[in-house]
Design a protein around this ligand. Structure first.
Ligand SMILES: Nc1ncnc2c1ncn2[C@H]1C[C@H](O)[C@@H](COP(=O)(O)OP(=O)(O)OP(=O)(O)O)O1
Ligand SMILES: Nc1nc2c(ncn2[C@@H]2O[C@H](COP(=O)(O)OP(=O)(O)O)[C@@H](O)[C@H]2O)c(=O)[nH]1
Length: 226
């Protein structure tokens, strides 16, 4: 059997992790697991961990490491037969170490996007909360303003995407991410991409993945995902 492929995508809020993850999932057949979406599913389903996590998320805080790893590690263990791309986890060094203890990552993609670009994007980010679909009023606007393309339901803007909350969030990301990035750089699996446009970064990520993921794997993966 082909070797499975395990990757993580890191980057500050607004750097394009969700947008790029969707492209990776559809072009290479990797399963995309977003920690934020997974938390929201658990909250909606009122699982025990979801109920505990809700209080932190409502305050805009990170979920504590022990709760977060207790939630996500079993989910990853259910995906042992799939290649996957993890987005939003690890967010702390403790989470990175927990992830290390259950699997060996093949690649870490780190997005390095200028602060002004991030501020500008997040100001225009609108979300369909039920599905996690992400729009940008300029980059990828919905067909009808303020409305999700698929469900026709209204879009919302996250409080924490509003400019007042942004600078502190971005500073916090830098502090938390540095030791994680250092860890993956030391392992030799870090690939850093710097630009202001996802469409300019994507061809580089795509060719890197093409060189690392055997095509028979992507075909097989696509078949199981259908
Ligand atoms: N790995 C994690 N550890 C702790 N808390 C987490 C983790 N992933 C997500 N959360 C929490 C932080 C937020 O309160 C909430 C939503 O996360 P997420 O959907 O990633 O949105 P975000 O707005 O923080 O980031 P982004 O803008 O990069 O998508 O869940
Ligand atoms: N203008 C512009 N917006 C982008 C680009 N790439 C992504 N976006 C938008 O920027 C916002 C943040 O992207 P997202 O993928 O949610 O980033 P994440 O927070 O890292 O997951 C969303 O509204 C995207 O639609 C880009 O290259 N240019």
């Amino acid at each position: 059997m082909s070797k499975l492929f395990r990757a993580v995508i890191l980057g500050p809020p607004g750097s394009g992790k969700g947008t790029i993850s969707e492209r990776v999932a559809s072009s290479f057949g990797l399963q995309h697991l977003s920690s934020g979406d997974f938390l929201r599913e658990n909250i909606a389903a009122k699982t025990e961990a979801g109920v505990l996590a809700k209080a932190y998320i409502e305050k805009g805080a990170l979920v504590p490491d022990d709760l977060m790893t207790r939630l996500i590690i079993p989910r990853l263990e259910q995906m042992t037969r799939h290649s996957w791309l993890l987005d939003g986890f690890p967010r702390t060094l403790a989470q990175a170490k927990a992830l290390n203890s259950i699997c060996e990552l093949d690649m870490v993609i780190s997005l390095n996007i200028p602060l002004e670009t991030l501020k500008d994007r997040l100001r225009h980010r609108w979300i369909h909360p039920a599905s996690g679909r992400v729009y940008n009023m300029r980059f990828n606007p919905p067909q009808v303003q303020g409305v999700d393309d698929i469900s026709g339901e209204p879009l919302i803007q996250h409080e924490e995407d509003k400019p007042e909350a942004l600078v502190a969030r971005l500073r916090h990301y830098k502090d938390m991410a540095k030791p994680i990035i250092d860890l993956y750089r030391a392992k030799g699996i870090l690939h850093m991409f710097s630009d202001t446009e996802t469409d300019r970064i994507w061809p580089h990520i795509s060719s890197l993945l093409s060189s690392k993921i055997p095509t028979d794997l992507t075909d097989a993966q696509r078949a199981t995902n259908h």
